[in-house]
Design a protein around this ligand. Structure first.
Ligand SMILES: [Zn+2]
Length: 189
């Protein structure tokens, strides 16, 4: 398992709700935590590891010692709240070394299901609320660079172009990628 990088097409897709979480998928989701910690992340969406499903994981501390902060949200719904949106710096494991300010709601209410299929409802404020919005965006094919103002966009333009060149040079087989996505969708959505 590895983190896919911009501009991989799976990052632009609207992920589909899961109909089932089988043992295999459970194992994959569990494996995503060490991958997230290794890469110094605080959140990781399904499509960032090539899975076209609606779920993400997070741990606002980025520290595997803080198991109590580990969350899995399957088929999540997010409600924004808390008043005036606030700007804060974000990065993304799919956009290595790129950071920019994004305006987000200061508070979210998220509902969904955990890894055991139990319904969950959480309220987050501040930094974890930002993580939820960033990861939930991924599931709708939206990356943080799509939410930048003009100035911030100009700031990251060259770095994005460099990632695009790298992707082109890798000569990815887009047909094979699509076939794999279709198979994964048929399996669990
Ligand atoms: Zn991200």
């Amino acid at each position: 398992m590895e983190v896919v990088k911009y501009p991989h097409p799976v990052l632009k897709m609207v992920c589909k709700p899961l109909k089932k979480v089988d043992a295999e998928l459970k194992a994959i989701i569990t494996e995503m935590f060490p991958l997230m910690y290794e890469t110094k992340g605080v959140g990781l969406a399904a499509n960032q590891v090539g899975l076209p499903y609606r779920f993400f994981i997070m741990n606002e501390t980025g520290d595997p010692a803080h198991k109590e902060k580990e969350f899995v949200f399957i088929n999540p719904e997010v409600q924004l709240g808390g008043g005036r949106p606030v700007a804060g710096e974000e990065g993304c494991l799919s956009f290595p070394k790129i950071y920019a300010d994004v305006v987000r709601a200061p508070k979210v209410t998220i509902t969904g299901f955990n890894l055991d299929g139990e319904p969950v409802k959480m309220v987050f404020k501040g930094f974890p609320a930002r993580i939820v919005q960033h990861e939930f965006d991924h599931l709708n094919g939206i990356s943080f660079v799509n939410r930048l103002d003009e100035e911030e966009s100009d700031f990251v333009e060259d770095d994005l172009a460099a990632l695009e060149r790298k992707y082109t040079d890798a000569k990815m087989d887009e047909a094979a990628i699509q076939k794999e996505i279709d198979e994964l969708l048929a399996l669990r959505t």
